[in-house]
Ligand binder design. Structure first.
Ligand SMILES: Cc1ncc(C[n+]2csc(CCOP(=O)(O)OP(=O)(O)O)c2C)c(N)n1
Ligand code: SF4
Ligand SMILES: [Mg+2]
Length: 328
């Protein structure tokens, strides 16, 4: 319970793409690659969050390619954080607004405070700061836009890079023919498993804009820390044709490489379950990062995904596009 009313915003559900806000808070003119999934991701998050929003941007493509010579695409407040400390900067901003509101020095709406961190800036090099923010219970939405590599510095492997991917730090060769040998970390499970004050976690993908925007709104309506894990295909790092960005997101879901779910107050709900899963090769064949793989490696990936799918089936409560009402 809050001892004072700090005017938290309530964001209404978006019923259809047609009724989504027209106003853009992430504008054209930046320097991301053509077909950049994270850039589209940013645009959708900013659209869903609206004007009274502050973004914290740890170092990564969405900082470097978006801000040059005092020129940025953000139409709302935005602050750069070190790649290691997005959660720390967000915690300070949130605490400062609460103090100002309590001392009656600020009486506007409490801003939506959103960290937009890459996979590196969230669940690897930024993990301690994100975890501490969640543990202390700050009212912040932490988003991991997952392009599955340390993209900005030249596509190095990260803990969410898939098994078998060719990155600059996992090149396939005679000794290690499959490239990356490890299977990825599971970011939502890391958050759910270790943070008692987190009440809402969800996954989404840039190819499902309505699902994505409504999960953003739902998370922002929760009073406390929340986490969204968003798959954001990166044509440069994954080596696919830039016109296929949305298709890569769709295929990730259709093959089971990516699951769409919400976890709310301890309960799982899948927001989409394919009736029949396609083989993972359907997804991998478009991406140059997997082109060196042999049949035995693809079979290993399929086995990993099959096991994941079994878990989905075991829980399998399918829900419609989420309704952004306030959480606990
Ligand atoms: C402490 C520190 N180590 C390394 C870097 C170099 N660096 C800048 S951006 C970046 C990659 C970030 O990867 P990710 O968070 O996944 O974002 P992406 O670039 O993929 O969007 C790295 C390694 C840094 N800025 N600070
Ligand atoms: S490297 Fe990937 S994430 Fe970075 S700007 Fe290019 S497409 Fe976007
Ligand atoms: Mg990344």
């Amino acid at each position: 319970m809050q001892a004072f009313d700090y005017k938290k915003q309530t964001l209404e559900p978006i019923k259809s793409l047609r009724s989504a806000p027209r106003e853009e808070m992430y504008l054209p003119g930046h320097r991301t690659c053509s077909g950049c999934g994270p850039a589209l991701n940013y645009r959708l998050v900013a659209k869903a969050a609206g004007r009274d929003t502050i973004f914290i941007g740890p170092t990564g493509c969405m900082y470097v390619a978006n801000s040059s010579y005092l020129c940025t695409p953000y139409a709302v407040s935005w602050i750069h954080a070190q790649i290691t400390n997005g959660g720390g900067v967000a915690s300070g901003i949130e605490a400062a607004y609460k103090v100002l509101a309590r001392r009656k020095k600020y009486d506007g709406p409490f801003p939506n405070i959103i960290v937009m961190a890459g996979d590196g800036g969230s669940v690897d090099i930024g993990l301690q700061s994100m975890s501490a923010m969640m543990y202390r219970g700050h009212d912040v939405l932490f988003i991991c836009y997952d392009n599955e590599s340390y993209a900005n510095t030249g596509i190095q492997t990260s803990p969410t890079t898939p098994y078998g991917a060719n990155t600059t730090f996992t090149p396939p060769g005679k000794l290690v023919p499959e490239g990356k040998t490890l299977f990825p970390k599971d970011p939502p499970q890391l958050v759910i498993g270790g943070h008692p004050l987190v009440k809402y976690v969800a996954t989404t993908v840039v190819s499902r804009p309505l699902d994505l925007m409504n999960k953003v709104r739902k998370a922002l309506n929760v009073d406390g820390p929340t986490f969204l894990h968003m798959l954001a295909p990166c044509p440069k790092g994954w080596k696919f044709d830039e016109k296929l960005t949305l298709e890569m997101g769709r295929l990730a879901v259709e093959t089971g490489m990516w699951s769409l779910y919400e976890w709310e107050n301890g309960e799982y709900k899948y927001t989409h379950i394919p009736k029949k899963y396609k083989p993972v090769s359907e997804y991998m064949k478009y991406q140059g990062r997997f082109s060196h793989l042999k049949a035995e490696h693809i079979a290993k990936m399929q086995a990993f995904v099959d096991e994941k799918i079994q878990k989905v089936k075991a829980i399998a409560v399918e829900a419609a596009v989420p309704t952004p009402k306030a959480g606990a």
